[in-house]
Design a protein around this ligand. Structure first.
Ligand code: GLY
Length: 562
């Protein structure tokens, strides 16, 4: 069938970065075409190229992830982990978990000093912070189950980008410069990421070692990463300092297929990531609690809407701290936590009169701070499949350690465990046991790759980076679209807020309505300004195949069409 193609750019900001020849496209409308939205234009283009070659959304997901590992080294990765939520044109719904795991030699108290205090420098920086990477396993698992094109074709765009180099964006140049001291501190060898003079926009970043690693994976499959020479490079890197990942850890790593977390929201089916991500459970809790107050009656970011949403966030995040962790190691209480019976009871002490004190909705236990990097990809194809992927190194450039000989950054995901559970905090309360460190356990995540289905077909594909702000950003995107019926650009780019039970503060982006802040301050809410919250990649589809893909305006994020 010959597709009638309608592609036009509307409200579209196309930035042709000087010197770089990189087109950053923020919004594309199309019909019966596949689309990719990611944090970097070259990664979106790599995915779109695979769609043009006849690949499906899952092939494009793999190619985009590999390309991000090259052109977006701050979060794109092969040394980290992620989640993929997908739907096929046959109606299958699935959730792949390729989250990092704690190494065999890890232990509950590994980050506590002799006085029992948590040493977060060790859980956040350097070799001891690294969890066993899952991304390569996840991509091969995706390919085996759902891929159409040969894997070698999906890796090739990333190899070309690593080998020939690409022009760094202004944002990437600034980040490479501001992280230079950390790169030097945590690497005794020369890496591709430091130069004698500062990086500037348009400079070529060439990654020969990474290209070789990708070629080994192309030739030998996932064993090209988890066994043989490349596995030895990673273990040798560990031995240069206090790292504990072994050859056995790498060989034993396995992707887990989970049952998608599925729930109804106002006649739409939402599918999202279950534990070990708190993302899906939190999203279900927040949407359901907000619906008890008929959120759609109010305007977006009005005092009433903000109060309802913040109070839903407060209650959900208190449950996160108490109950959530890796379901292979703890009892999974998700179905109870998202039941109306439980949530209606939880909502009973909500009042429009004043803020609910956080102490009234959960035991005050320490809430670990999470990094806000990470990256999201939303993809649809012309065959009716959709993929929503969030992948991460955790912090910016992860642990800052680059594997010598491998040329890629390792994650610092161990910091997503509760590094000090069971120890009373300043309030005398104890918590975080569900997310304590155990060998082979996956650390709790906030990543929320999500697909909304209408009449069984993909309607919205969405997700974002942002640590603990991920679930609240996805929550806002969904209510902006479904309850407040905003246009796609405003769904994503309207000023955002975030609350997470502790600290007892509402964070707002600049331009958040001052009137709303003033009204809620009188009800005992406290506000703080935050630079940017999340970078959401979203695709909307209607039943006739018309689609609008929008990339977040907060970064270099970009849409590409097949
Ligand atoms: N490291 C970010 C997350 O897993 O949510």
């Amino acid at each position: 069938m010959k597709f009638k193609i309608l592609i036009f750019l509307s409200f579209i900001q196309i930035f042709q970065a000087q010197f770089t020849n990189i087109n950053i496209v923020k919004e594309i409308h199309s019909k019966d075409k596949g689309m990719v939205v990611s944090a970097h234009p070259l990664a979106s283009e790599a995915g779109a190229k695979i769609l043009k070659m006849g690949g499906n959304a899952f092939d494009a997901a793999i190619a985009t992830q590999f390309a991000l590992a090259v052109v977006y080294p701050q979060a794109g990765n092969i040394g980290g982990g992620g989640f993929l939520v997908g739907t096929t044109n046959k109606g299958e719904k699935f959730a792949l978990d390729y989250r990092e795991t704690a190494p065999i030699k890890a232990s509950k108290d590994m980050y506590l000093d002799e006085k029992g205090n948590a040493n977060t420098d060790l859980s956040q920086n350097g070799r001891l912070a690294v969890g066993v990477p899952g991304s390569i396993s996840g991509m091969f698992y995706t390919h085996k189950k759902f891929g159409k094109l040969p894997m070698s074709a999906l890796i090739q765009p990333a190899i070309d980008l690593a080998e020939k180099g690409f022009a760094v964006t202004l944002r990437e140049a600034n980040l490479l410069n501001s992280t230079k001291e950390d790169f030097l501190k945590h690497n005794s060898h020369k890496t591709a990421f430091t130069k004698d003079i500062p990086w500037k926009q348009g400079d070529l970043l060439i990654q020969k070692e990474l290209a070789n690693t990708l070629k080994a994976i192309q030739k030998n499959g996932e064993k090209g990463f988890y066994e043989g020479k490349n596995a030895q490079f990673l273990v040798d890197e560990m031995k240069k300092g206090n790292g504990i990942i072994s050859l056995e850890d790498l060989k034993n790593y396995k992707t887990r297929e989970r049952k998608v977390l599925s729930f109804d929201y106002k006649g739409n089916e939402i599918i999202s990531m279950p534990l070990p991500s708190s993302g899906g459970p939190l999203l279900a809790q927040m949407l359901k609690m907000a619906s008890y107050e008929n959120l759609e009656k109010y305007e977006q970011n009005s005092p009433e809407a903000l109060q309802i949403m913040v109070e839903a966030e407060r209650r959900a995040y208190a449950d996160r701290a108490e109950y959530m962790g890796d379901p292979d190691f703890i009892e999974d209480k998700t179905q109870m936590l998202i039941s109306d019976e439980y949530l209606k009871n939880r909502w009973k002490n909500f009042s429009f009169e004043k803020a609910t004190p956080s102490a009234d909705v959960g035991n005050i236990i320490s809430q670990p701070k999470e990094s806000e990097q990470t990256t999201h990809i939303s993809i649809i194809d012309k065959f009716g499949n959709a993929a929503s992927i969030t992948t991460t190194l955790n912090g910016l450039y992860g642990s800052k350690v680059v594997v010598k000989g491998g040329g890629y950054f390792l994650n610092n995901e161990m910091d997503d465990f509760s590094v000090k559970p069971g120890v009373p905090n300043m309030f005398g309360a104890v918590g975080g046991e569900a997310n304590s460190i155990v060998p082979n356990k996956r650390m709790l995540s906030s990543m929320t790759p999500t697909i909304v289905l209408k009449n069984g077909k993909p309607y919205i594909v969405v997700g974002t980076p942002g640590g603990t702000t991920i679930p609240t950003s996805v929550f806002q995107s969904i209510v902006n679209a479904i309850d407040f019926k905003l246009s796609p650009n405003f769904v994503i780019n309207a000023p955002k807020f975030h609350h997470q039970w502790l600290p007892e503060v509402i964070y707002t982006e600049k331009n958040f309505p001052q009137h709303t802040i003033k009204v809620l301050e009188q009800k005992n809410y406290k506000f703080e300004n935050r630079n940017v919250i999340g970078r959401t990649e979203m695709i909307f589809l209607d039943e006739n195949g018309n689609a609008i893909a929008v990339a977040d305006g907060r970064g270099d994020d970009s849409v590409a069409v097949e």
